[in-house]
Design a protein. Structure first.
Length: 106
């Protein structure tokens, strides 16, 4: 899986590189009439790509941090339970539902 990720990343990088080299004409970016910026299309495409990558990494980092907090909370609750807060369940005493028909009810 790691190899596939590298192959896709290198392919995407090369595609953007060749796209950028073919489109070196100057372009003007305008934000209403307050601000304008002229730069080669190469930089505009690469900046847009970098902003997208940064947004993706930020979203992934935030999700990872949320999952880490959730895992720590679950471990803390498990330690409290194992410390004697609640008796352990006997697996033989647990009853599981049985069905004769389809599970999804259709």
């Amino acid at each position: 899986m790691q190899l596939v990720r590298w192959i896709v990343g290198v392919t995407l990088f090369l595609a953007l590189l060749f796209l950028s080299l073919q489109n070196a004409d100057p372009v003007t970016l305008k934000f209403y009439h307050f601000w304008s910026w002229q730069a080669p299309l190469v930089f505009v495409v690469l900046i847009a790509f970098a902003v997208g990558v940064a947004a993706g990494l930020l979203a992934g980092t935030m999700r990872s941090a949320r999952l880490k907090r959730q895992l720590n909370r679950m471990r803390r609750d498990q330690r409290k339970t194992a410390a004697g807060a609640a008796p352990a369940l006997d697996p033989a005493a647990v009853r599981y539902p049985t069905t004769n028909g389809p599970i999804d009810g259709v």
